[in-house]
Design a protein around this ligand. Structure first.
Ligand SMILES: Nc1ncnc2c1ncn2[C@@H]1O[C@H](COP(=O)(O)OP(=O)(O)OP(=O)(O)O)[C@@H](O)[C@H]1O
Ligand SMILES: [Mg+2]
Length: 355
């Protein structure tokens, strides 16, 4: 029987589905037969990132209830890589936990790995999944809400006596407000660090396009190695080795950075075409003739109104000038590398542990 792995997070929206699809494809590229399955009954989403939303006629519950055979419900993605969708019409509350376990174990006979995309929260679905899995991957973003949710799932792992779990710190570099990597790891004190994955705009694009399982992102693949090794061997890389790989990736990205702050400012500069003639907001406009100033419009008054009856339109065109407004420099956009490198000392953790 193949190894059954689940991807959990406690908190929603942190990358379970993304990891299920991407990691499933990566394992398959290493030569394994892989099935990925959505256990988010009533709220499925794995089908979307795989572009299979219009191909689903049967689902996991139909196999279990013997309304179809498994080949009717399982959708091939490529050779040795399949997808079993979740039911959309029932929720976990309506589904027997034992029955689900039996079904997954039966299906796992035809694969090397079955990867379950677990629902968010710690409800009934996850109770059922705890009973059937051999290994758990806990996904967290480096944000306190997410880290605390994972900590809660870790408690459940201990209650369920499931100790083969590892952490995947995902989407690192997405937010300036994120907890630094070392601090996030220290706060959770997880024995097994599966990997650390960077924020990647490719992931967003490919998920939207429904081709996440077909594409490869260099940075993500670099950091997939420790995770795939952990899955294959049940032994995680040493934390310092994962961190070394991560820091090397960060350094490479930082070196690649080019300072584009000038062009950022250029883009926000007022171009000639954006004459304040059409602007009526907070602009002090002075209309003058060749010799003298004739009118000053207060903020909220358009330049067109400034033109007095005596002024010819041409004269106005020529002389209307906007008092130079200091151009506010936009905040310097933090690059991927600098976001990753930021070091914060947080007052949210006490003694290196979340409370
Ligand atoms: N490493 C990443 N880089 C960029 N975007 C990411 C990354 N991981 C996840 N995302 C994006 O974050 C969003 C949430 O991811 P995903 O749907 O995988 O989370 P989830 O945990 O499955 O959510 P839910 O609990 O709602 O099912 C998606 O838009 C996804 O594309
Ligand atoms: Mg999901």
């Amino acid at each position: 029987m193949g190894k059954i792995i689940a991807i959990m997070s406690g908190k929603g929206g942190v990358g379970k589905t993304t990891l299920t699809a991407y990691m499933g494809a990566a394992l398959n590229r290493r030569g394994h037969r892989v099935l990925i399955t959505d256990a988010d009954f009533g709220m499925r989403d794995l089908d979307l990132v795989l572009g299979k939303e219009n191909d689903i006629f049967f689902d996991a519950i139909d196999i279990w209830k013997e309304r179809c055979n498994k080949d009717n419900a399982i959708l091939p993605l490529r050779a040795g890589f399949d997808f079993l969708p979740a039911t959309q019409s029932r929720r976990w509350e309506d589904v027997g936990r034992k029955g689900y376990g039996k079904l997954i174990k039966k299906i796992a006979k035809s694969y090397d790995y079955v990867i379950i995309d677990a629902p968010a929260g710690i409800g009934r679905g996850n109770e059922a999944i705890f009973r059937v899995v051999e290994q758990l991957l806990l996904v967290a973003e480096p944000m306190w809400v997410s880290l605390r949710a994972v900590q809660r799932v870790m408690q459940l792992c201990h209650e369920e006596r499931l100790f083969n779990y590892g952490l995947v710190l995902n989407n690192v570099g997405r937010s300036e407000a994120a907890v630094p990597v070392e601090e996030a790891l220290q706060s959770l004190q997880v024995e097994n660090i599966g990997t650390i994955l960077p924020h990647s705009t490719n992931i967003l694009t490919w998920s939207q396009a429904g081709v996440l399982h077909e594409e490869c992102d260099g940075a993500i693949d670099t950091m997939m190695d420790p995770l795939l090794d952990y899955i294959e061997s049940d032994t995680a890389w040493a934390e310092e080795d994962v961190l070394t790989r991560w820091n090397t990736l960060v350094a490479a990205n930082t070196d690649d950075e080019t300072d584009d702050s000038d062009s950022e400012i250029d883009k926000t500069s007022v171009s000639e075409g954006e004459s304040n003639l059409s602007s009526s907001v907070n602009t002090k406009v002075t209309a003058t003739t060749a010799d003298s100033e004739v009118a000053v419009a207060e903020p909220g008054v358009t330049a067109a109104k400034v033109a007095t009856e005596e002024d010819t339109l041409e004269a106005v065109d020529e002389v209307v000038k906007t008092e130079e407004q200091p151009i506010e420099e936009p905040p310097k956009k933090l690059s991927f590398g600098s976001l990753l490198k930021r070091r914060f000392t947080s007052f949210w953790t006490r003694g290196g542990r979340l409370r």
